[in-house]
Write a protein that binds this ligand. Sequence first.
Ligand code: PEP
Ligand code: MG
Length: 327
Amino acid sequence: RREEFAAIRDKPAETTDGHRVTLMVNAGLAEDAANLDAVGAEGIGLFRTEFQFLVAATLPGRESQYKLYKEVLDAAGDKPVVFRTLDIGGDKALPYLQDEKDEAENPAMGWRALRLSLDRQALMKAQARALLEAAGGRHLRVMFPMVSEPWEYEEARSLFEEQVEWLRKRKRMLPMVTEYGCMLEVPSLAETLDMILPRLDFLSIGTNDLTQFLFAADRAEPRLAERYDWLSPAILRFLRRIARQAKEADVPVRICGEMGGRTLEAMALIGIGIENFSITPAAMGPIKAMVRSLDAGAITAEMDRLLADPPRDLRKSLTGWAKRHEI
Ligand code: PEP
Ligand code: MG
């Protein structure tokens, strides 16, 4: 199969009935950006900026953040990179930033990600400046993690826009275009999505956290790892609703959780109207091969049928369907 994946590396991820799917990768290191061509990815759909913080012994300053972001953008060249602002806390604890009192019993639902950034604005301002300056003269794409309510997105975006003004006054080079988006990984945002869709350049669904919150099941608890299936009516109906709503508002949607990197799951996601994926680089070959053998119209009809009256075992039904259609 390795040769098979190599043979399609430079071919488009297009279904047999001509639907174009975008495949990008999740990343956290400068090397990932340098490897985009080698893995056949169209860009970085999720750059986890917290990686740099997690491997450092002390808080990385604005200069070192700037250096990393510039290096990533230089290496990616014309390919898009979506930088996610710090997602610290939860499963990504930072000893030098959080103390014992932050070791809550439910860290995933705790003081993390954008919540922490909005409370520690100096941290977020430094990151905003580093990103804006690194993308001077280029295209900057930023997204915010764990947005639970619209005002959090607005506040984060304003903070960036203030930094833009600051730089403009000093006649510094600004990004040519800045796109703002948010992650949908907290279910509450789904209920207020209409309030921010007009303000979003894109939406990125983080299925790792979203699943844990939808099912109330800790993503780090091994005894629950097999219990709830991504191929469940609850998740797929939820995602289909989001995808439709965003499409109506003309806002592109991308899946950036691990779910998108699994063949059967990605097939089902295409069947509910999702066309953009950011996946782990190792999944690139298998997912592209699946897309190139898939009839998008047929899987859409099948997903409509399955979600209208779900069988007991959706995974089994989809496995059978994929086999019959030689996916
Ligand atoms: C997610 O939650 O699905 C996601 C992509 O973010 P992370 O895994 O970094 O929390
Ligand atoms: Mg997440």
